[in-house]
Design a protein around this ligand. Structure first.
Ligand code: DTP
Ligand code: MG
Length: 147
């Protein structure tokens, strides 16, 4: 490999459908890079030694202040962003969870990364939606458990 060139490796991200009644929590991304200005789920990179549930709990807390409960795995996706200025390959672990206290409000704790958080119905999602999320929605995925 050329000197000074970072190795390109896949990374693992944990992203969370935080569910409240019939809605899911989304925020508009402000961090430079993939999904800039698009609506996406809270989440981030899995840290060394973490379980998926621990990572979900930590990322949601860091980004929104919300405490989640009943966190469970729903799906894994393989995401290639090869045409980006900084190409990346993300294995996304999608989790779902509910609020520990249904009255707790989301806070925008990382305002350089996100415009703010709000609840949206799955049938009426905001645009522009982050690519991987849009694809899942178009394929008929639904994050809510079957009643
Ligand atoms: N729904 C999704 N499907 C696939 N990939 C996603 C999804 N949501 C986010 N990602 C990707 C985008 C990013 O490349 C990656 C990490 O998320 P991101 O929010 O950018 O990290 P972060 O800055 O919050 O975490 P860290 O501080 O751990 O790096 O996950
Ligand atoms: Mg994040």
């Amino acid at each position: 490999m050329e000197k000074g060139m970072a190795a390109l490796v896949p990374r693992v991200s944990v992203v969370v459908f935080v569910l409240k009644e019939k809605t899911v929590l989304l925020g508009r991304r402000r961090s430079p890079g993939v999904g800039y200005s698009e609506f996406a789920l809270p989440g981030g990179h899995l840290e060394f030694g973490e379980s998926f549930e621990e990572c979900a709990t930590r990322e949601v807390k860091e980004e929104t202040g919300l405490e989640i409960d009943k966190t469970e795995f729903v799906k894994v996706t393989n995401n290639l962003f090869l045409d980006e200025p900084k190409p990346c390959h993300i294995v996304a672990i999608l989790m779902r969870a509910w609020l520990r206290n249904p009255h707790q409000l989301p806070q925008n704790l990382e305002p350089t990364k996100c415009d703010g958080w709000d609840w949206y119905e799955w049938d009426n999602l905001p645009e522009p939606l982050f690519g991987p999320l849009k694809k899942m929605m178009e394929q008929g995925f639904n994050p809510f458990p079957i009643a």
